[in-house]
Design a binder for this molecule. Structure first.
Ligand code: ATP
Ligand code: MG
Length: 269
């Protein structure tokens, strides 16, 4: 699939409107569950690949791609399933889910077990970067997923994944910097960062440049073509420009980029 950034942005803008409240859809629906470090997200796309519904919970049940609180994850997914079913009037029988690149196979299986225990059959288990690319449709370039805990990078050549890796570092690390600078708890720093992004972005420049350096290294230090930014951590106003200035490579940011991977999981490859 080849998709333009404008088309991707249109899908994300549509998706942003259907949190908790589904829009009219063409059956059947396909579901995705993203077990993230910062958030658990359920998404639904319809027969025409349009986003229909999504909902999320903030939960600390996954760390560095590892499910550290299995029961907490199961309870969270069960809650999201119940909310989706009530909102959509459709049973969530199966769903795809994703794992960060480079985690052990046993940890990947844990993601599938979480779904099973929550009463959802796991129809597919993919890496997050490939999931993001199901929406982005990049054939030549880099896809990054900068989430709460880690930065995943995939380099695509002729539509094929040529490199795939994941390094620690993401939004949580920005929270730690802000907490130290403003003498806030990490929890308060997280809220402050999201609510006063424009005011704190300069203070977070060193942390954002660390993310950029992580992207550069994971691209093997070689300009991969356009670098597409998925994940919530770079939703700070001006963050994409800081990443682009550091890399000196073309960078494509998106509004609502935290929805790219969850929607891509539901879309499938
Ligand atoms: N508007 C915003 N401004 C700044 N940061 C934001 C904003 N929205 C979300 N974030 C940050 O994005 C991060 C969560 O992103 P995302 O939902 O992609 O992560 P995740 O999937 O839970 O984590 P991971 O993929 O690392 O397991 C958090 O650190 C959060 O603070
Ligand atoms: Mg994620």
């Amino acid at each position: 699939m080849r998709t333009s950034p404008a088309r991707v942005q249109q899908v994300l803008d549509e998706a942003a409107l259907c949190r908790a409240t589904p829009r009219a859809f063409s059956a059947p629906l396909r579901f995705g569950v993203d077990l993230g470090t910062a958030t658990l997200v359920i998404t639904a796309v319809d027969a025409r690949d349009r986003p229909v519904y999504w909902e999320f919970l903030r939960a600390r049940v996954v760390r560095d791609g590892v499910v550290v609180d299995f029961q907490g994850a199961v309870d969270g997914v069960r809650q999201l399933k119940a909310r989706a079913e009530a909102a959509l009037g459709v049973a969530v029988v199966d769903a795809a889910t994703a794992h960060p690149p480079a985690v052990a196979a046993s940890e990947c299986r844990a993601c599938a077990y979480v779904l099973q225990q929550a009463g959802i059959e796991c129809r597919a288990l993919v890496d997050e970067v490939s999931a993001a690319n199901a929406l982005l449709g990049v054939r030549d370039g880099a896809v990054t997923d900068v989430g709460g805990g880690s930065t995943g990078v995939g380099v695509f050549r002729d539509g094929r994944l040529a490199r795939l890796s994941d390094h620690a570092g993401g939004g949580h690390h920005l929270d730690l910097i802000l907490a130290g600078a403003l003498k806030l708890s990490v929890e308060d720093a997280e809220v402050h960062k999201r609510e006063h992004g424009a005011a704190v972005v300069e203070r977070l420049r060193p942390g954002l440049e660390r993310v950029a350096e992580s992207i550069r290294r994971q691209c093997g230090g070689v300009d991969p073509g356009v670098v597409h930014l998925a994940g919530g951590a770079l939703q700070l106003p001006g963050a994409a420009d800081i990443i682009a200035a550091y890399l000196g490579w073309p960078v494509q940011g998106y509004d609502h980029a935290e929805l790219i991977t969850p929607l891509g999981i539901a879309l499938g490859l």
